[in-house]
Design a protein around this ligand. Structure first.
Ligand code: BGC
Length: 758
């Protein structure tokens, strides 16, 4: 079977023949198996159960009993080679047909070695590095029993209030698609080795557009918008061969995704040719009852006939599908199709050959997990994800000298460093920023530390954003915390303020309506600035936040996200200049809460705002009280060096449908550091039959330039790149004029034009 998948990916004819033979063998095997299965056993395959830790081989829990009865197809949340072995042994020794289980876990940005949160990873714009992170995550997880990850999350979002933006790639469908493909490749490889695990693309669909930015809330949008802006990354992941896809919790245009036949069958399988399986999100099938679509039996019918193959945790399938079959309300074919897809996935993973394929010896596990090599990769990649937002007077990088005061509620908390969805991370062992600074300074400078304030003045707000023993509230009074901080700050030559969100203030179920720095932290920062010393702000967050005041008042701001298990080293690497920042934002940072949702690839109105800076101009589109532009735009990020761009040049002034045009710029490193730069190309279709976005990212290249070095960077434009979905949802390019823009971010661009001829 592995050859079949390789063949599909590589498309060579010799391999295609192998693939056909392999597919035939697999189909014969599954036909034979399914013939032996009772209806109940087939339904059992559609049931994904969740379990906590199993103790010993005698484990006798509700879930293990069901496994022995053939009522479970897969297990969620169990990891650890020995744990998985216990459950698998029950399946292959005690159940009648000995069908192995599939084991899924949220391996979202690493396993034990944890990489930066996905939004941060995206800001590296480093596709090979992102693929490498997924490959390492897969290798670690697959040593430890896990063969299926609920990643990548490819939900596009324009809404920083929605905390789950932490888990996605940001606002852009082109970049989001390249990242989706890289993650699928990284996890799955060609399935030829036991270090490859199955990906699960989520959350299908439009989970990133909930009304009001409130998690789980419905999305309502035109198909035209959906096809152009929200669907491309899901499709890219499907085209890259993702083995499974997860339905989204939200209602979309009036229908919960778990029961949306158009979405899960017509679009996904009919239009896109997806041939993996569809899994529910956690209890998503049963949640259709709460959505108001009927009782358990009705929503079960709704889901299975929509094309939802595996029921995660709710057991609606297990408890109602047989009854629905007996009453003639679903057909055996509905069950068979779903069952076959799940068996195919198990076959592809090699579980029928060896059910313990992913359960490795304690030695192998400890050799791979959190190995020096994996940690080195995580540290290197984390360094690429930090985004330098402001650096007045080249305050950064700091010198390793004198007295440095590290102050703030996030300076000395290890558990907050890796970020949300660090399921397998040893959070209590994570090193703090303070540890990292001490190590980086190695006695060359004196480090002073104080907490300075709690995360919030309001203990309830603080509790809402911190979970599972990550509570960090300091019982001392605000005055006392502040007094201590100011005392050490006065002694320091430079102040580094570690502020922002705790890790659980973003992620699932972590929507916020106020995106400014909490009042306790703003107060501390104001007092630190009043001392008149240089202040560097390290901003921790899992989403774009509002930094308008900080941008006006703090000389240097480094966006550090949640950078994984190696954050304690990766942040000082950048602060002290061992690594030059190169990250660029993949979501716009708004000026205030009211600008959200906001994105760069928006549309013109009939009354464009032409005022300098996008401020109020009567009878043009805009706001009375602020600019239409974000504070920090998509693609933005500074370096310690400077880059100069030549004006963009095109190889021709017109192009036919079967032709290409090359856009080129010369980029020169004009500063004092060797550094990386992300060169970005945007295209604007000047006239269209439907609204053209003002600009759309259509190419990017990450390059390394030594100081003084110049490089010509080229982008090839072909007709595929110019296509969009028209009002009839046809994927077309229309003839006419196009503007090509190249530069270091979505705002500072030079422009050249060409015409597309029919
Ligand atoms: C999340 C999914 C996740 C699943 C399993 C849900 O709450 O929405 O993204 O994969 O839980 O843990």
């Amino acid at each position: 079977m592995p050859i079949a998948i390789a063949a599909a990916l590589l498309g060579s004819s010799a391999q295609a023949t192998a693939s056909n033979a392999d597919d035939a063998k697999m189909n014969a095997f599954i036909d034979d198996l399914m013939q032996k299965m009772t209806v109940e056993e087939r339904i059992g395959q559609l049931n994904l159960s969740v379990t906590g830790i199993l103790t010993g081989t005698e484990a006798n829990t509700d879930v293990t009993k069901k496994i022995a009865e053939g009522k479970v197809g897969g297990v969620l949340g169990l990891s650890g080679s020995e744990q998985v072995r216990i459950a698998q042994k029950i399946a292959v020794e005690q159940s009648r047909l000995k069908i192995p289980l599939i084991f899924g876990l949220d391996v979202i940005h690493g396993y034990k070695t944890t990489f930066p949160i996905p939004l941060a990873l995206a800001c590296s714009w480093d596709i090979p590095a992102i693929e490498e992170a997924a490959r390492i995550a897969a290798r670690e997880a697959s040593r430890d029993g896990v063969c299926w990850t609920y990643s990548p999350m490819v939900d596009i979002s324009h809404d920083a209030r929605w905390g789950r933006v932490a888990e996605g790639a940001g606002e852009d469908p082109f970049l989001g698609s390249r990242i989706a493909e890289a993650l699928v490749r990284g996890y799955q490889g060609d399935f030829s080795s036991d270090a490859n695990i199955m990906a699960c693309v989520k959350h299908f669909a439009c989970y990133g557009a909930p009304e009001g930015g409130r998690d789980y809330h419905m999305a309502d949008m035109s198909l035209w918008r959906m096809y152009n802006e929200y669907l491309p990354p899901y499709k890219a992941a499907v085209d890259a061969g993702a083995g499974s896809i997860m339905a989204s919790f939200n209602g979309l245009n009036g229908i919960p995704s778990h029961g949306n036949r158009w979405l899960l069958t017509d679009l996904l399988r009919g239009q896109w040719g997806f041939n993996g399986f569809v899994v529910a999100d956690y209890c998503g099938v049963r949640e259709m009852v709460t959505h108001g679509l009927g009782d358990d039996q009705q929503v079960g019918i709704r889901a299975i006939t929509a094309g939802l193959d595996m029921d995660m945790v709710s057991e609606v399938y297990l408890n109602t599908l047989k009854k629905s079959l007996d009453e003639g309300r679903i057909s055996i074919n509905d069950i068979n199709k779903a069952c076959r897809r799940i068996l195919v996935a198990k076959y592809r993973l090699g579980l029928f050959d060896d059910p313990y394929r992913f359960c490795h010896s304690a030695d192998e596990v400890s050799r791979e997990l959190y190995s020096d090599a994996n940690r080195a990769a995580a540290r290197r990649i984390a360094g690429e994800t930090l985004v330098l937002l402001k650096n007045e007077g080249n305050l950064l990088p700091l010198k390793r000298e004198g007295k440095i005061a590290l102050i703030g509620p996030l300076a000395d908390t290890g558990a907050n460093m890796p970020g949300t969805w660090s399921v397998a991370t040893a959070l209590n062992d994570c090193r703090t920023l303070r540890d990292g600074f001490e190590k980086a300074l190695a006695g060359k400078a004196t480090l002073l530390y104080a907490k300075g304030c709690n995360l919030y003045d309001d203990p309830q707000l603080e509790a809402n954003g911190t979970v599972f023993g990550r509570e960090m509230r300091d019982p001392r009074s605000a005055e006392e915390l502040e007094r201590k901080a100011l005392k050490i700050a006065k002694k320091a030559d430079v102040i580094v303020a570690a502020l922002g969100e705790a890790s659980e203030m973003s992620g699932e179920s972590a929507s916020r309506t106020r995106l400014e720095l909490p009042e306790s932290q703003r107060r501390l920062l104001t007092k630190l600035l009043a001392l008149g010393k240089p202040v560097v702000m390290l901003n921790f967050s899992g989403r774009p936040v509002v930094l308008d005041w900080e941008n006006r008042n703090v000389p240097a701001i480094l966006q550090v996200w949640f950078a994984g298990t190696e954050a304690a080293d990766a942040i000082p690497d950048v602060v002290f200049g061992d690594v030059v920042p190169s990250g660029k934002l993949t979501m716009s940072f708004p000026r205030n809460d009211g600008q959200v949702p906001i994105c760069y690839n928006t549309y013109n109105t009939g009354r464009p705002n032409k005022k300098e800076g996008g401020y109020f101009d009567k009878f043009t589109t805009g706001y009375l009280d602020t600019s239409i532009y974000p504070l920090f735009p998509f693609g933005y990020g500074l370096s310690y060096t400077t880059f100069e761009y030549s004006p963009v040049k095109l190889s021709a002034s017109s192009m036919n449908y079967d032709g290409t045009i090359t856009a080129s710029v010369t980029v020169t490193n004009t500063g004092n550091y060797d550094a990386d730069e992300v060169v970005q190309m945007y295209i604007h279709d000047v006239y269209r039959s439907v609204l053209p976005p003002l600009k759309e990212l259509k190419g990017f290249k990450r390059i390394s330039l030594k100081k003084g070095e110049s490089r010509k960077v080229e982008f090839t434009i072909d007709v595929e790149l110019l296509k969009f979905y028209d009002a009839q949802l046809h994927h077309v390019a229309e003839p006419g004029e196009f503007e090509v823009m190249v530069g270091p971010n979505s705002t500072d661009l030079s422009i050249a034009k060409f015409t597309l001829n029919r």
